[in-house]
Write a protein that binds this ligand. Structure first.
Ligand code: 2XP
Ligand code: FE2
Length: 328
């Protein structure tokens, strides 16, 4: 395992703030064993991309901007994801997202009831989302502990009022717009972006630590990897952002790179992604560089199964796929 940072995350002052437990969430706290009565563990994992356009297109009451629709095929894929997610009857959704960027270590949101407005900085005219959800604090803390035990720099984020990033909110909204399940949200350590030759090895360790924490707490968990695929996008948009007359891949090469990865996913087994994901990143500047997909695979233990691609489509030229894996 290649580690770049060895320091403890945060200052001494913030460490003492982090150590102080905040009040439990106002809503009923998640139970310590599977609430659904079924077996615990990771019951499904999804590639759940977060383009703000998809939330904008859905016109939920929480989002301020209004649209006339758009990107339907991807949104139909999410409809199917929601049906399947319900059938898995999870106790908790665990999400790893690339736009909660932490420079030192892997942070886990331990705020019991995050509330606020999440804004997409590039597309603030599309995404200004009012969120209010519950955290499964026991599981969040268990992930911090297991990550540290595995040698990672980890930190429990306990600062009430820190704005939750749009990649976390976007994936969670699209997967569960009712927000009736507790959440655990993990940050993306910035090393892979900062150091061009940094590997995704730490994400494997974080994934294994996530699985151990889920098993220890007896949760029945669904995991969400909030990543787009090919990631070049236009620097201009049409007057009507949802004008599907101009929506297309950035280049054929970007599209072909996505198709190659999706072919590997659909054929399985997932262990092939250990080589395919870095090759896809190299070919398409894929957002999986942030590690969410690798974290998901490692958490599930790289099962010898194929992924089920529920939808693929471009969003302002980036490639996006909604994919389900159900470990057996
Ligand atoms: O990566 C993102 O979230 C972006 N802001 C790019 C826009 C669309 C992504 O697919
Ligand atoms: Fe993104």
């Amino acid at each position: 395992m290649a580690r770049v940072f060895h320091a403890t995350a945060g200052s001494g002052r913030s460490a003492s703030r982090r150590a102080a437990r905040t009040e439990p969430a106002p809503a009923a706290a998640p139970s310590t064993t599977s609430g659904s009565g079924g077996r615990g563990g990771i019951v499904a994992g999804y590639l759940a991309p977060h383009p703000p356009h998809l939330v904008y297109a859905e016109n939920p009451p929480q989002n301020e901007p209004r649209s006339t629709g758009g990107w339907e095929v991807l949104r139909w894929g999410y409809e199917e994801l929601r049906r399947r997610l319900r059938a898995h009857a999870p106790d908790v959704l665990v999400v790893h997202a690339p736009h909660w960027i932490t420079m030192v270590g892997h942070h886990v949101n331990c705020v019991p009831n995050p509330r606020g407005v999440s804004v997409e900085p590039i597309f603030p005219h599309l995404f200004r989302y009012h969120y209010d959800f519950r955290t499964d604090v026991d599981l969040a803390e268990a992930i911090v502990e297991e990550g540290a035990r595995a040698g990672l720099v980890t930190s429990a984020m306990r600062e009430d009022g820190v704005r939750v990033d749009y990649a976390t909110i976007g994936a969670l909204h699209l997967a569960n717009p009712d927000w009736d399940l507790p959440v655990v949200s993990l940050s993306a350590n910035n090393n892979p972006y900062f150091y061009s030759d940094a590997s995704l090895a730490e994400m494997e360790t974080l994934g294994e630590a996530t699985r151990k924490a889920i098993e220890k707490t007896g949760r029945r968990a669904v995991l969400l990897a909030s990543n787009s695929l090919s990631h070049l996008h236009w620097d201009a948009e049409p007057d009507l952002p949802e004008d599907m007359g101009v929506e297309r891949p950035f280049t054929h090469a970007q599209y072909a790179g996505d198709m190659e990865l999706l072919r590997t996913i659909r054929e399985g087994p997932t262990s092939r992604l250990k080589e395919a994901v870095p090759a896809h990143i190299e070919a398409t500047s894929s957002e999986t560089k942030a590690g969410s997909l690798t974290w998901l695979m490692a958490a599930m233990g790289w099962p010898a199964i194929a992924g089920d691609v529920l939808a693929y489509g471009t969003v302002i030229a980036t490639g996006n796929a909604v994919v389900e894996w159900v470990p057996t």
